[in-house]
Design a protein. Structure first.
Length: 298
């Protein structure tokens, strides 16, 4: 005779017991976060460490089993991480939002959670200004694309020391975020090319160079790259925003020897950021999205 199912009352009591245990662990985690904050202040380290956050999430997914959706697990921990940042320091986020692209706000909210204060700005330029004036700790701006006038990356390439790209959003799946554009996070968090999985560079070449020419230049250099955007700069030069599927340091020989097809002058590469690869649909147990544009393989 099959075992009789437990009653609804018994099951609810079990859930209440588990919820209480989970809550106890959350409060214990908060106590440890307070100690982490003190240790970071002593060592002069920032509250937000994107590489560490990505490491935690990947470790969780690696051990995750059962029916609970992996994407929901990531969402839970992103809330924990956002709350942990606010426990350690005063932290706020500037977000580039306009009526035509409200989904960038959704990506920022999902990444930082409900505890982190966020302010909407009309453009990426305003976000950059908020960061330079210390009115925000981090900024979220759209990933530029063809036909989109958004030159924040050119400003970043010529600004010298300051915020850099530290994450690409969505990191853990788009969920219910509106729109289809991705975003970049700009902050002063530490960047370590050797530990990063992706790099973002502005490549500037003398003269007028086509998209195909820039793509060929990157392919010849054996750089697994995706050309995100192009722009004309002063003096008739051509600039390209390039995402490289590796953590490539500025001193890498492949960057030092970039030459446009038929050109005599080497192109200049400016590092804009280093960050973790976003979690794939397979890692999150989701259907694979249609690729926006294939990467350039060497």
């Amino acid at each position: 005779m099959a075992d009789r199912p437990r009653s609804l009352k018994t099951l609810r009591q079990e859930i209440d017991r588990i919820d209480a245990a989970l809550h106890d662990l959350v409060m214990q985690r908060a106590d440890v976060v307070a100690e982490v904050a003190a240790a970071k202040r002593s060592d002069g380290q920032p509250a937000e460490v994107p590489a560490r956050e990505a490491e935690i999430l990947r470790a969780l997914l690696k051990r995750h089993t059962g029916r609970f959706p992996a994407a929901s697990l990531v969402r839970l921990w992103r809330e924990l991480m956002g709350a942990a940042i606010t426990m350690q320091t005063e932290f706020s986020v500037a977000v580039a939002v306009n009526e035509a692209d409200p989904g960038i706000w959704d990506l920022a909210r999902d990444h930082y959670g409900v505890a982190v204060p966020m302010t909407a700005y009309h453009s990426s330029t305003e976000v950059m200004r908020a960061l330079s004036e210390n009115r925000a700790s981090a900024g979220v701006v759209p990933v530029p694309g063809d036909g989109v006038e958004d030159a924040w990356w050119r400003t970043l390439a010529s600004a010298g020391p300051g915020p850099r790209v530290t994450a690409r959003l969505p990191f853990g799946g788009r969920g219910n975020a509106r729109g289809s554009r991705d975003a970049f996070v700009l902050s002063n968090a530490p960047a370590e090319p050797a530990k990063a999985e992706r790099s973002l560079y502005a490549i500037e070449a003398a003269g007028e160079v086509s998209r195909g020419g820039l793509s060929t230049m990157l392919s010849n250099a054996k750089l697994p790259a995706n050309l995100l955007a192009m722009a004309r700069t002063g003096g008739g030069a051509t600039a390209g925003l390039v995402e490289i599927d590796e953590g490539v340091a500025p001193e890498d020989a492949r960057l030092q020897n970039l030459t446009p097809p038929g050109g005599e002058t080497r192109a200049r590469a400016s590092a804009l950021g280093f960050y973790a690869r976003p979690l794939s649909a397979q890692e999150l147990g989701l259907k694979e999205p249609k690729p926006a544009r294939p990467a350039l393989s060497p």
